[in-house]
Design a protein around this ligand. Structure first.
Ligand code: SPV
Ligand code: MG
Length: 289
């Protein structure tokens, strides 16, 4: 089944589904092997892995290059965190064409201004996009797609920017009417209060996706009870790898030895397996003289 069709089914299914963050080909493969049905190509994680900030410092084509490796390495669908669409409606609709060419299943855009800033950095100081302008962007993206199953998810940043429930609902409804396939309701609170209030008023009118990075202590059953369509575990592979790399690098630096390290890192054989080195050995037997 096409990746876009898989993703559409995932979002439209009555159960709560889960997407896990990846930021390169290797982490994408690890996410798929764990059993996740979809991958979140996080802007924060991809930029951090490239050594830059989550402020569109990596160009959109540099993000595309990373995505190409992620898509080639996996068969489950990828949802790109497309920030603000990297410009106006015209940049965003070109993005859709290029994503489809790489079999990326869907893109999420947020109603902020290019260049964006991560929602958890000084969120209240961040200006939101004009609603009509953002609706035009969504329409242009939906008009640009060739594959009818490709999805555009509209991320509403009203709570992040300190606006209340009314603004959140006004924007979500406008984006739904503009053609967005789902709404990502973002919140930086440590509890679920804002999201609960939104879900009550929204009353199931269109699929909803959440990113519970800040309200991580919420029991997952609550998301099921609220009828959330998909949950994104947004940055945990990046954070896990940073923690592991810092510990091991420090140890090797201080001990100037590998004696106490060998058993704490993945065996080389595991790296070769993840790369599918075996397949090349078979191919060499077949194709080399
Ligand atoms: C990302 O993973 O880049 C996101 C989610 O956009 S957040 O960092 O929570 O804004
Ligand atoms: Mg992001």
């Amino acid at each position: 089944m096409k990746k876009s069709t898989q993703f559409k089914q995932l979002i439209q299914s009555p159960q709560t589904e889960y997407l896990m963050e990846a930021h390169n080909g290797l982490s994408a493969k690890i996410v798929q092997e764990a059993g996740f049905k979809g991958i979140w190509a996080s802007g924060l994680s991809i930029s951090a892995a490239l050594g830059v900030r989550d402020n569109n410092e990596a160009s959109w084509t540099q993000v595309m290059d990373v995505l190409e490796f992620m898509s080639d390495a996996t068969s489950v669908p990828i949802l790109l965190d497309g920030d603000t669409g990297y410009g106006n409606f015209n940049n965003a609709r070109r993005l859709v064409k290029k994503l489809e060419q790489r079999q990326i299943a869907a893109v999420c855009i947020e109603d902020k201004i290019f260049p964006k800033t991560n929602s958890f950095i000084n969120g209240e100081a961040q200006p939101l996009a004009d609603v009509d302008e953002f609706c035009g962007k969504i329409k242009a993206m939906k008009d640009a797609q060739n594959d009818e199953d490709f999805m555009v998810i509209a991320r509403v940043e009203a709570f992040i920017a300190g606006w209340g429930l009314d603004e959140m609902l006004r924007r979500a409804e406008a984006y739904r009417q503009a053609g967005a396939d789902a709404i990502l309701a973002h919140s930086k609170r440590s509890d679920l209060a804002e999201i609960e209030a939104f879900m009550k008023e929204w009353s199931g009118r269109h699929p909803v996706v959440l990113v519970p990075t800040k309200y991580y202590s919420t029991p997952t059953v609550r998301f099921h009870e609220l009828g959330i369509n998909a949950i994104i575990w947004a940055n945990h592979n990046l954070r896990a790898s940073v923690d592991a790399m810092q510990k091991i690098t420090k140890k090797i630096f201080t001990e100037a030895s590998l004696i106490h390290v060998e058993k704490q890192v993945a065996p080389l054989e595991e790296i070769f397996r993840l790369q599918d080195a075996e397949e090349l050995q078979q191919a060499e037997k077949k194709y080399l003289p």
